[in-house]
Design a binder for this molecule. Structure first.
Ligand SMILES: C[C@](O)(CO)[C@H](O)COP(=O)(O)OP(=O)(O)OC[C@H]1O[C@@H](n2ccc(N)nc2=O)[C@H](O)[C@@H]1O
Ligand SMILES: Nc1ncnc2c1ncn2[C@@H]1O[C@H](COP(=O)(O)OP(=O)(O)OP(=O)(O)O)[C@@H](O)[C@H]1O
Length: 270
C-alpha cells in the first residue's frame, strides 16, 4: 500500500497555559498542506524500514513510522511488514512532517492488516506518538485545543488558495521552541477571526512562537516581510517554525521569489 503523508499549517497559535503533565495548552487552527512524503507499507517475511530523501536524525527504531507499527503490534500482535519512507517535507519546520508519517502509518497498517480501527481509535493511538499526530487521522481543517490534539470542526475552506511555504534551512526543535514561550491568554478567538476575510487576519491572527523565536532567528522576520512585500494577504510562521508561509488568495500560483539556494520552497494551492 502506497500513501502520501502530507504536512500541516497552523493558522494562528496561542500558547495559553502550562499543563500538569509538562506540556502546554494551546489554541490553533490546523489545515492540511499538500507537501507530501511517500510511505509504502507491504506484508513481508521480516520486519524492515528503509529510508530515502531528506536524512532523518536518529535510529531507525525511533522513526515515527516504526513507532506506529510497534504501538499497534503491542495490542494486535501484527505480522512482519516492510516499510519504505521517502522523506520530502523538511524536518524541524513546524509542518508536522513526522507526525503525518506516524498517522498515515497507523491508517495504512489498520487498512492493510484489516484491524478495523475507527477514527476515534486511530486518533487515540496517534496521540500516544505526538501532539500533532491525531490531526492527520481526519486530515481536515480543525480548531485544536488542549495539547493540540482535541478538535472542533471549523467551517474554513482554503481549498485552491495559492500558498508559498519557505523553509530557511533552520532546524528548530519543538521542545526548544516551547521552552522560549511564556504562556498567556489568547488575544482573539481564532474561530471568529478566521471567519472574517483573509485581509483582516494580519491584525487578528498571530502565532506566539513568532515573538519568542524571531529575536533569536531574525531570518524568520525577513522571510515573512518578503512574503508580504510580494503581495501575500496573510503570512506567518507555522507551528514552532522555522517554516514561514504566505497565502495569496485570488492567484493561481504564488509569485516567484528568489531565496538563497539552501532554502526549501513549496509553491502550490491548499
Ligand atoms: C508546535 C506544534 O507543531 C503546533 O501544532 C505542536 O504543538 C508540536 O507537536 P509535536 O511536534 O507532535 O510535539 P510532541 O512530540 O508531542 O512534543 C515535543 C515537545 O514539545 C513540547 N510540547 C508539545 C506540545 C504541547 N502541547 N506542549 C508542549 O510543551 C514538549 O516539550 C514536548 O516534549
Ligand atoms: N518520520 C519522521 N520524519 C521526521 N522526523 C522524524 C520521523 N521519525 C522520527 N523523527 C524525529 O522527530 C524529529 C523532528 O521532530 P520535530 O517535532 O522537530 O519536527 P517535525 O516532525 O518536522 O515537525 P514539527 O516541527 O511540526 O513537529 C527529528 O529530529 C527526528 O529525530
Amino acid at each position: 500500500m502506497l500513501v502520501f503523508p502530507n504536512a500541516k499549517l497552523n493558522l494562528g497559535l496561542y500558547i495559553t497555559g502550562q499543563r500538569p503533565d509538562g506540556f502546554r495548552n494551546l489554541e490553533s487552527v490546523f489545515v492540511p498542506l499538500p507537501w507530501c512524503d511517500a510511505l509504502e507499507v507491504l506484508p513481508a517475511a521480516e520486519n524492515q524500514l528503509t529510508l530515502s530523501g531528506i536524512p532523518i536524525p536518529g535510529e531507525l527504531a525511533t522513526n515515527l513510522c516504526w513507532r506506529a507499527y510497534e504501538l499497534l503490534k503491542a495490542d494486535f500482535g501484527l505480522p512482519p511488514v516492510q516499510m519504505h519512507l521517502h522523506k520530502v517535507v523538511p524536518i524541524g519546520a513546524g509542518l508536522g512532517g513526522g507526525s503525518g508519517d506516524a498517522a498515515f502509518a497507523l491508517r495504512a497498517l489498520s487498512e492493510l492488516l484489516n484491524l478495523q480501527l475507527n477514527t476515534a481509535q486511530l486518533q487515540q493511538y496517534a496521540r500516544r506518538l505526538g501532539s500533532d499526530c491525531a490531526f492527520f487521522i481526519e486530515n481536515k481543517p480543525v480548531f485544536a485545543h488542549e495539547k493540540g490534539d482535541v478538535f472542533e470542526p471549523i467551517a474554513l475552506s482554503l481549498t485552491g488558495v495559492a500558498c508559498k511555504v519557505v523553509y530557511p534551512g533552520l532546524h528548530i526543535s519543538t521542545a526548544e521552541a516551547y521552552a522560549r514561550v511564556v504562556p498567556r491568554a489568547p488575544r482573539h478567538d481564532l474561530r471568529r477571526s478566521l471567519a472574517q476575510p483573509p485581509e483582516t487576519w494580519r491584525e487578528t491572527v498571530s502565532n506566539d512562537f513568532e515573538d519568542a523565536l524571531t529575536p533569536h532567528y531574525p531570518v524568520l522576520a525577513e522571510v515573512k516581510e518578503a512574503l508580504y512585500a510580494a503581495g501575500a494577504t496573510y503570512a506567518s510562521l507555522s507551528g514552532s517554525g522555522s517554516a514561514v508561509y504566505g497565502l495569496f488568495p485570488g492567484l493561481a500560483q504564488p509569485p516567484h521569489l528568489a531565496f538563497p539556494a539552501e532554502y526549501q520552497v513549496w509553491d502550490g494551492q491548499l
